[in-house]
Design a binder for this molecule. Structure first.
Ligand SMILES: NC(=O)c1ccc[n+]([C@@H]2O[C@H](COP(=O)([O-])OP(=O)(O)OC[C@H]3O[C@@H](n4cnc5c(N)ncnc54)[C@H](OP(=O)(O)O)[C@@H]3O)[C@@H](O)[C@H]2O)c1
Length: 277
């Protein structure tokens, strides 16, 4: 393993873990950062940022829980300024499609990067396929019924493996600086269709149970989910899923020169691999 050091924030998460796997395969030793990693970084603790960034040439920014939370733009601008002061040369931001809060955070990172002389790339992503297979919906879906307050709106679900491929290209290769890639899967599916396809591929019957958001929120609150997380869910389910993100893009093709992975193929590959990571 050799330089350059790449800092992967959210390095234990859905996209970060895939990015670290790819970097290692390319002979680069990634520095995995999160609250539970040996390199500890907490977005809520600015004192953890500079030690994590020290000596890194490039950084992958995956903000948690979501760029839609208030002040994510201020936090990420400050992180980017800290990165510039630490000598980082490239920043790659994971963002969400059609989310005003995420687009504010993108603008804040872009501005701080340009002021600090960093190259930036934004990966503006649609919903991940892996939400169904290993993320927050996976348990319910495996049990046969996924309850969600989703409208009958199609979404071009995106394979996190494609995100990782684009992120690694942007972190290591020239030619992605100053680009905002709108990354989606190749087909827009309603949540009912997506659940049916996941069930068909895995061979485990499952259905979507659609509920009004108020009932969903009441269930979350009763289960002890904090009010700010319920508010975040309200934003994601009732504002962002209004059809604005329904059209697939050619972002994966533009970034990588190959088509985006279909949901069924992503689920099949993940099932064959066990976790998919
Ligand atoms: N899921 C989707 O469909 C979707 C679509 C578009 C965009 N996004 C964006 O994807 C991002 C999440 O990325 P992901 O899905 O790859 O990760 P993830 O699977 O949600 O995992 C979260 C990662 O962040 C770390 N983390 C959590 N809280 C943290 C904190 N306070 N400080 C530092 N690290 C923290 C976690 O590790 P520790 O617990 O060890 O800290 C973990 O590595 C969010 O910004 C979200 O908006 C998601």
């Amino acid at each position: 393993m050799s330089e350059p050091t790449i800092l992967v924030t959210g390095g234990t998460g859905t996209t970060g873990s895939r990015i670290t796997t790819r970097l290692r395969a390319r002979g680069v030793d990634p520095r995995v950062a999160s609250r539970s990693s040996a390199c500890r970084l907490d977005w809520a603790e600015p004192g953890t940022w500079a030690p994590a960034l020290a000596g890194a040439r490039a950084v992958y920014l995956a903000y948690a829980p979501d760029l839609a939370v208030p002040d994510s733009d201020d936090v990420l601008a400050a992180v980017t300024r800290t990165a510039a002061a630490a000598g980082v040369r490239r920043v790659v931001l994971l963002s969400g499609r059609g989310e005003p809060g995420a687009q504010r955070a993108e603008a804040a990172v872009r501005q701080a990067a340009e002021e600090g002389g960093l190259a930036w790339t934004v990966l503006r992503c649609s919903w991940f396929v892996q939400n169904f297979t290993e993320g927050q919906f996976a348990g319910e879906l495996a049990a046969g019924e996924l309850t969600l307050p989703v409208p009958h709106v199609p979404e071009p679900f995106l394979d996190a493996e494609d995100i990782a491929d684009v992120a690694v290209a942007a972190l290591l290769d020239d030619g992605h600086a100053g680009r905002t890639y709108e990354l989606t899967g190749p087909r827009a599916l309603t949540f009912d269709e997506a659940v049916a396809e996941v069930a068909a591929v895995t061979g485990r019957p499952a259905r979507l149970r659609r509920v009004p958001f108020a009932a969903y929120a009441a269930g979350l609150t009763a289960a002890g989910v904090p009010d700010d997380v319920v508010a975040l869910m309200a934003h994601l389910f009732t504002e962002v899923l209004d059809g604005r993100n329904a059209a697939p893009t050619d972002g994966v093709q533009r970034a990588l020169g190959r088509p985006a992975t279909d949901l069924a193929d992503a689920v099949r590959r993940g099932a064959l691999a066990g976790s998919g990571r």
